[in-house]
Ligand binder design. Structure first.
Ligand code: MN
Length: 199
């Protein structure tokens, strides 16, 4: 994730990068991909996930990062692309994570598509922010965050946060989110996650 020695970018003196949606990034390097098989237990309807997987392991999301130095004073940034789709009535989403340094905020700016940034504090405060092109979302310190595509085109966001924050995926993988976003009567709706565990 963070590696001073292999970075192609001039973090010490500054640099310019083509950020024309995903295409500018894809010329620069490989994305990190997440297919359904890598996160099927995060969806509440695992039978629906299995049905999809029988036909093929679909790409749910991918992101490009630049390998920012692991320093508090540097900024990690990149693009995240969550594809449209559903597992049962639950929209395609990212795994979601806390930052390893929990006191780390992050900004997401929506370039295209439509969705929800679902945020949740360790104590259970749940806030759903709309992701709309041209709008930025401020994810505060201590909140887990997950992008959810509620539209029918790729949801593309630009993100930036401090370089040494790190990612904690394990807490969400183990406990899940308290809330899910599902389609009800054609609309995104926040519901309790039947699989959430406080264990
Ligand atoms: Mn983050």
């Amino acid at each position: 994730m963070s590696n001073n020695s292999t970075s192609a970018y001039n973090w010490a003196n500054g640099f310019t990068i083509d950020f024309s949606l995903a295409t500018g990034m894809s010329k620069k390097g490989k994305s990190t991909t997440r297919h359904l098989s890598q996160m099927k237990t995060m969806y509440y309807d695992t039978a629906a996930a299995d049905t999809i997987l029988q036909a093929g392991d679909v790409l749910v999301y991918e992101f490009y990062e630049l390998g920012a130095p692991d320093n508090a004073g540097d900024l990690a940034f990149g693009t995240s692309i969550t594809y449209p789709g559903k597992v049962g009535d639950e929209y395609f989403m990212t795994k979601g994570h806390f930052h390893t340094i929990l006191e780390t905020a992050e900004v997401y700016y929506t370039l295209s598509g439509r969705g929800i940034m679902l945020t949740e504090s360790p104590g259970g405060d749940v806030v759903a922010h709309e992701l709309t092109p041209g709008c930025a979302v401020y994810v505060p310190q201590r909140y887990a965050h997950r992008s959810i595509n509620t539209g029918d085109t790729p949801l593309v966001t630009f993100f930036v946060f401090r370089g040494d924050a790190g990612h904690d995926y394990g807490t969400i993988e183990t406990k899940g989110y308290r809330k899910l976003v599902v389609e009800q009567n054609g609309k995104p709706t926040l519901v309790d996650n039947p699989k959430w565990s406080d264990a």
